[in-house]
Design a protein around this ligand. Structure first.
Ligand code: OGA
Ligand code: NI
Length: 342
């Protein structure tokens, strides 16, 4: 049987079997602490040096940070969340027009994570959109709600500007020229979006919205529901809940920046958990290298006489490998390590 969207409007009273994790693999929600020291970086405060220093500290310690005064207006953020909700509230027949399990499709609605590979499903539906170049993809996007294309277009333009600026600051924070990352990923670097919808879940202790994973791309900029928590990250072996901060985006380092920084910055494990009371929405923007960009650490970040930690690879090679595996099968970057000489 084809796996169904779970945002169908049907109210589940028990969790279907195919979503139940084995005992050791459950989220153990009572053991999760709040992420109290979460760095919230004010991009509008202090001189450049201070901002870059905060980014450097956050990337080394967590691989995650939140940003405020980021230049994206509150109106654009609110509209983006609202239209996402309106989309998932559409009748199931309308949504099914966009349904596909084929990861190569550039616009598709799907459920869980990687249905072809996974054994246990995740309590999530998602709309995945390619967003760059806009003129190429926008026509494929949903035309219902009628304001969807316009709102998402504006959001994508603003987020791209922000993402490229962040990559400049991250470059500087690694001691590189500010354009280093953007140049090596290609000015035509890709931009994708996943609008995640996590319905109310009858037994949130038994399953995940998204199990632990790292993001395969360069940088992820997440707009989270301001009222409902769900995102958690792994720090020193403990899961921490990332509480939404007003008007902030959550930024995290993806696998490509871990490789490019020669592992100075880590692509942190994170997951999304679900709850019994309220549906949750998040909008993840993924900046990705241009397909043929070669990902390699610059010599400045490699110690004398040693090899870079990872082999050179193209993003196309990496992405192919990523989708051929299950999400929680271990860090995909491990497959691209250079052998260590003794
Ligand atoms: C993702 C992700 C977290 C969330 O889409 O890769 O990690 O809170 N999302 O939805
Ligand atoms: Ni993620």
């Amino acid at each position: 049987m084809e796996t169904q969207l779970i945002s169908s409007g049907f109210q589940y009273t028990t969790l279907p079997r195919s979503y139940i994790r084995s005992e050791p693999d459950r989220p153990k929600l009572s053991e999760v602490a709040d992420y109290h020291n979460a760095p919230v970086i004010d991009l509008g405060f202090g001189d450049r040096k201070y901002i870059v220093q905060q980014i450097s500290d956050a990337c080394q310690q967590y691989g995650f940070f939140q940003i405020i005064n980021h230049g994206v207006s509150r109106d654009i953020m609110e509209k983006m969340l609202k239209v996402s909700k309106e989309f998932f509230d559409l009748p199931i027949e309308e949504k099914m027009k966009l349904y596909s399990n084929d990861p190569s499709k550039t616009t598709r609605l799907s459920t869980s994570s990687n249905l072809q590979k996974e054994k246990i499903h995740n309590w999530r539906d998602y709309l995945r959109l390619h967003c760059y170049p806009l003129d190429k993809y926008e026509q494929e996007w949903p035309s219902n709600p009628s304001s969807f294309k316009q709102i998402v277009r504006n959001y994508c333009i603003e987020i791209r500007k922000l993402g490229l600026k962040l990559q400049e600051a991250i470059s500087e924070s690694l001691g590189l020229d500010k354009d280093y990352i953007n140049n090596s990923l290609g000015l035509e670097q890709g931009q994708h979006m996943a609008i995640n919808y996590y319905p109310k879940c009858p037994e949130p202790e038994l399953t995940y919205g998204l199990p632990a994973h790292t993001d395969p791309n360069t940088l992820t900029i997440l707009l989270q529901d301001m009222q409902v928590t769900g995102l958690q990250l792994l720090k020193d072996g403990k899961w921490l809940a990332v509480k939404p901060f007003p008007n902030a985006f959550v930024v995290n380092i993806g696998d490509q920046l871990q490789a490019l920084s020669n592992s100075k910055y880590k692509s942190t494990w994170h997951r999304a958990v679900v709850n019994a009371h309220k549906p949750r929405i998040s909008v993840a923007t993924f900046l990705c290298p241009w397909n043929n960009a070669v990902i390699k650490a610059p010599s400045e970040l490699i110690e004398d006489e040693s090899k870079p930690i990872y082999k050179d690879f193209t993003y196309a090679e990496y992405y192919g490998k990523f989708w051929s595996r299950n999400l929680d099968q271990g860090h995909c970057l491990e497959l691209f390590k250079n052998s260590r000489e003794i």
